[in-house]
Ligand binder design. Sequence first.
Ligand code: Z5A
Length: 233
Amino acid sequence: MTAAGAGGTFITFEGGEGAGKSTQIRRLAAHLRAQAGRPVLTTREPGGSPRAEAIREALLSGLAKAHGPFAEALLFSAARIDHLDTLIRPALARGEIVLCDRFADSTRAYQGAAGGLDPAVLASLERVVVGPTRPDLTLVLDCDPELGLARARARQAADGEAGPDRFEAEALAFHARLRAAFLAIAAAEPGRCAVVNATLPADAVEAAIRAVVAERLPRLAGGHLEMAGGDAA
Ligand code: Z5A
């Protein structure tokens, strides 16, 4: 049984803006689909399910900002509850590998360390919302926030997207606090988290991630389907 339970494997990607989470999730998913012989689901937060995607709109447009970080944390949590109930837990119960772009560590970092919310309040919220569905592995993609924000801006320009969202628009000091927060989470939970140097070229980051996954979750490279409940993790 894994930390997330039910025989599936739950891997989350965390880090600042433009660290390369979406890029690396796509690459790891392709690798695991070829290697692991069982379905791989990629998803994201906030969002991932229809109701959670609707809440995402409100959060990233800045609509909820005026209500303060606690209200925002509640909205991220409401989205997470639906995402867990309707997508993540059913997939884990089927024995699938779930790769999620951001999860509860983002609430700790954005609304907690950078937003100023009491960590004890957030810890209580996380206990209630996430319960036993904790990631088996969290990859923290670490890079200088100036580099990450520049990458995110370049991608937006290339894709013709609108300007910065609610969080990208925060000052550099906010992003520096985020980076420190993600590194502190990884240092506090080394069994679950691994820090990956995301300043390297994408191929090198991909290789580093594959190495971490092979070391921490060797069962995923086995090329055989492990049925729910039959995995000793
Ligand atoms: N948030 C929160 O406050 N509380 C919560 O509980 C949760 C979230 C769950 C979600 O936005 C926002 O919600 C987020 C935190 C907050 N803040 N913001 N903004 P999002 O999902 O839209 O944004 P994001 O998660 O920060 O993703 P991103 O900006 O799209 O970054 P990314 O996924 O890490 O990067 P990417 O899209 O893979 O790469 C960005 C560009 O860089 C792209 O052009 C790539 O081709 C390029 N790239 C990627 N890797 C490399 C390397 N290694 N070298 C060079 N170029 C690269």
